[in-house]
Design a binder for this molecule. Structure first.
Ligand code: GRF
Length: 212
């Protein structure tokens, strides 16, 4: 179904924010249509992702688990901040926080995540950031890539939306491979997934993401 109102997108970050920047740039140049970035939330203070948001004029907030006595209180504060932004879609862009169950239930099939591997390879608990690329190089795979998927109660287990392969090259270090996966895959398929949702072209049927 075609939307009238722009898709309200909230982006969660933890670090450098290069995926956030790709989204900002593609909304600005019209590659991502009918979309408004309404809020950025970081679990870490002082990260460059927050500066990127502020430079782009997007409301940004840090909600750190360290500021709360218990995880339950952090989870409640996170969900309250998300609800207050009234998002249609929540994008986890390098967000290294376990999403509270209540948030997954409240935003079923409205939370997407970018993972730096071709799921189901090199994913699940403990596979994040450079660790993913270290494991891929240790296994000696020839092809890696990135995956955008809906977030469910598991870790990297929700319906797969888009994937993009990237070749491993001789002499790759984890850092070099991570950068290539970001440049060639992550920064393309995450904006593309947002665009598909904003254009009403993505549904979940029998647990599978369907693009029309
Ligand atoms: C990257 O490794 C990305 O694959 C993962 O989070 C890390 C940082 O991304 N999703 P960013 O630069 O903060 O977007």
């Amino acid at each position: 179904m075609l939307r009238n109102e722009p898709l309200r997108v909230l982006v969660c970050v933890s670090g450098g924010g290069t995926n956030l920047q790709a989204i900002i740039d593609k909304v600005a140049d019209g590659t991502i249509k009918n979309t408004k970035l309404v809020k950025v939330i970081s679990n870490n203070p002082g990260v460059y992702a927050l500066e990127r948001a502020e430079k782009a004029g997007i409301e940004a907030e840090c909600i750190s688990p360290k500021s709360f006595a218990t995880r339950v209180e952090f989870n409640e504060a996170l969900l309250t901040a998300v609800d207050n932004a009234k998002p249609d879609l929540i994008v986890l862009a390098g967000f290294l926080v376990v999403i509270p169950e209540a948030m997954i239930q409240a935003y079923r099939n409205r939370i997407i995540n970018i993972h730096p591997s071709l799921i189901p390879a090199f994913c699940g608990t403990g596979y994040y950031g450079l660790k993913v690329h270290e494991a891929a190089l240790a296994r000696g795979v020839k092809v890696v890539g990135a995956t955008v998927h809906f977030v469910d109660e598991g870790t990297d287990t929700g319906p797969i939306i888009l994937q993009k392969p990237v070749m491993v090259e001789p002499g790759d270090t984890p850092e070099v491979l991570q950068r290539r996966v970001m440049e060639q895959a992550e920064w393309n398929i995450l904006p593309e997934a947002i665009s598909l949702i904003a254009e009403g072209r993505l549904t979940v049927e029998d647990g599978k993401a369907v693009i029309r």
